[in-house]
Design a protein around this ligand. Structure first.
Ligand code: HSE
Length: 400
């Protein structure tokens, strides 16, 4: 029997407890041993819940118990998760987590600590919820030079954008729905400001390109600025707005960016709706690949964590290889990244053409005193200079 402790009995922690019990027999067969949750750590009490019998408020109970071989960290946040994780690894226990904030901030160090102690630090659930993208990068795609990734990596924002476009909900209403369904972070700014997607693309790009990309260097815009007129323009153009987290290796360097973008039907990400996530990966041998599935929520995320628990149990005392080096990958300055922009403009067509050269105006009945148009492909710097020169740009959304 393998004894496990779960740190944090929130949406994901409770999901892990449920998956390990719900699929007990299958998991035991696949692991070769039964997996038993010996402790659940939480500050709260859960009267009437089965975990009450294994509940502890003292982390030392877990740390000092040599029978606990695997710790599931589903607390979220950096403190005390970082210290608890490090202590568990140093005590010879593998750690499986859904905590993307911690993985993005300290993942490299924690993976090294795990290695030094002959255990594993596994974080499949940190990116794309239940989608097995990290296993894919660490295993099936290891023969490829990966040169581009684009993902819908945040379920909350994709749900909000879908509700706004399909159900005509306003932003606040749609966010409430995401919170009610257990998709959003405790502090939903992390979702709607794009920080969560930013951490995820930094983790995935680091693994894909074999060098370290700090999430702090990834240019990030969220969806708080997206309004119903943007959605109306997108609909009129036959496009959808999606929060895309992307990175690409080009001849001039590698860039990474999170921003809302206009996506057309020919792009498979156009069809990814609601809480679903998808990650497009391009490799030099593979060509195109898309992984698609449930991106957030209790059971899908728990499925990924529980899968890691099985991997940790199967590989006890054997750190699994991964291509995440501490060599830093310097990103191309954002000013040099090239994009096509959809501009909402409050001046005349002549003024728009004076700043941006020839344009093809798009007008919709909902938007008075303005029109839209696409620019040619421009660097971010060129675009900003043209927009400043015109003084009439209401906003701009990049095209995918
Ligand atoms: N808040 C996250 C999301 C949870 O909406 O995608 C899954 O990481």
């Amino acid at each position: 029997m393998i004894n496990v402790a779960i740190l944090g009995y929130g949406t994901v922690g409770a999901g892990v407890y449920r998956v390990l019990n719900m699929n007990r027999e299958t998991i035991a067969r696949r692991t070769g041993e039964e997996i038993y949750v010996k402790y659940v750590l939480d500050l709260r009490e859960f009267p009437g819940d089965p975990t009450q019998e294994v509940l502890t408020h003292d982390y030392n109970d877990i740390l000092s118990d040599p029978e606990v071989k695997i710790v599931v960290e589903t607390m979220g946040g950096l403190r005390p998760a970082y210290m608890f994780t490090k202590q568990a690894l140093e005590a010879g226990k593998s750690v499986c987590t859904s905590n993307k904030e911690l993985v993005a901030e300290h993942g490299l160090e924690l993976r090294d600590v795990a290695k030094a102690n002959n255990v594993n630090y596994l974080f499949e659930a940190s990116c794309g919820g239940g989608i097995p993208i990290i296993h894919a990068l660490d295993n099936a795609l290891t023969a490829d030079e990966i040169d581009a990734m684009t993902g819908i990596l945040n379920g909350t924002t994709n749900y909000i954008l879908t509700q706004m476009a399909v159900e005509n909900e306003d932003f606040a209403e749609a966010l409430k729905g995401a919170q009610k369904n257990g998709y959003a972070e405790l502090h939903p700014e992390a979702d709607i400001e794009g920080w969560d997607a930013c951490r995820k693309i930094a983790i995935l790009s680091s693994l894909a390109y074999g060098k370290y990309i700090s999430y702090k260097n990834v240019y990030t815009e969220g969806i708080t600025n997206i309004d119903t007129l943007d959605i109306a323009y997108a609909k009129a153009l036959g496009l959808k707005i999606k929060l895309l987290a992307a990175s690409k290796r080009t001849e001039s360097g590698t860039w990474a960016m999170v921003a809302p973008r206009l996506v057309d039907k020919s792009n498979m990400l156009y069809h990814v709706e609601g809480v679903l996530n998808a990650v497009y990966v391009h490799g030099n041998a593979l060509g195109d690949c898309i992984l698609y599935g449930s991106g957030a929520g209790s059971l899908p995320t728990a499925s990924a964590v529980a899968g890691d628990v099985i991997s940790a149990a199967r590989n006890h005392g054997r750190p699994l290889p991964s291509d995440w080096s501490d060599e830093v990958l310097e990103l191309l300055p954002i000013d040099e990244v090239r994009n096509t922009f959809f501009v909402r403009f409050s001046g005349s067509e002549e003024e728009a053409e004076a700043a941006f050269s020839t344009i093809d105006a798009v007008r919709i009945p909902e938007a008075e005193g303005e029109f839209g148009f696409f620019t040619a492909e421009l660097s971010e710097k060129e675009f900003r200079e043209m927009a400043d020169k015109s003084g009439k740009v209401i906003k701009a959304i990049r095209r995918a």
